[in-house]
Write a protein that binds this ligand. Structure first.
Ligand code: TYD
Length: 212
């Protein structure tokens, strides 16, 4: 499963809490993130997010995300799924469709194909979209002093990102659940837990693989 959403939406905190809750329920959980997740993908991450790389073209950036994703999927995600773990990734293929596709204007259909190539067709069973008001999120990023190359984009960019995610969620209602992130963290956490536990129960995973 994946957690997606605009920058500053609190994904990272929520993933850590979700992981804890699932482990308490007896599930074996592998928590990971994109770009990154393996040593090679982490090096690609540093390359992409380096503020000095202003001249990086949108296409070069997209291909670097894909390269990191291919490595991450093959080296970490697929083996973890094969062991029966619940894999939770902080961002995955949908982020490219939104950031590089909607926000930077690269052709969606080609990005969909590249995603398929990079992941060999792996798609999350469940994607939680942590939605939030772009102005509030931008303020949070400023408060955090977060100034990597992508976080320092303008408000308009963040608005496009939000719209892009909401559109994607509407296109794939089977796997997307939209969570209102403009609430206290405890409320967001409880919505996420309900959603995920309900999903796992429906998949017949009530006891958690660790206890079986
Ligand atoms: P991340 O470190 O997850 O930022 P945050 O913690 O704010 O969510 O992601 C770094 C940036 O990379 C983020 O601005 C979104 C961007 N990104 C893309 O543009 N395309 C992608 O495919 C992915 C995975 C991330």
């Amino acid at each position: 499963m994946t957690l997606e959403g605009p920058d500053g939406s609190g994904k990272t905190t929520q993933i850590a809490r979700l992981r804890q809750r699932l482990e308490n329920e007896g599930f074996v959980v592998v928590q990971t993130r994109e770009p990154g997740g393996t040593p090679i993908a982490d090096r690609i991450r540093a390359l992409i997010l380096d503020p000095a790389h202003r001249e990086m073209t949108a296409r070069a950036e997209a291909l670097l995300y894909m390269a990191a994703r291919a490595q991450h999927t093959a080296e970490l995600i697929r083996p973890a799924l094969a062991r029966g773990a619940v894999v939770i990734s902080d961002r995955y293929a949908d982020s490219t469709l939104v950031y590089q596709g909607v926000a930077r204007g690269l052709p969606q259909a080609e990005l969909v194909e590249l995603n398929r190539f990079a992941t060999e067709g792996l798609t999350p069973d469940l994607t939680l979209l942590l939605d939030g008001d772009p102005e509030r999120l931008a303020q949070r990023l400023t408060d955090r002093g977060n100034r990597d190359r992508l976080d320092s984009e303008g408000l308009e960019f963040h608005r496009r990102v939000r719209e892009g995610f909401l559109r994607l969620a509407a296109q794939h209602p089977d796997r997307f659940r939209v969570i209102d992130g403009d609430r206290p963290p405890e409320c967001v956490q409880s919505s996420i837990e309900t959603c995920v536990l309900d999903f796992l129960q429906k998949r017949g995973c009530t006891h958690g693989v660790a206890r079986q």
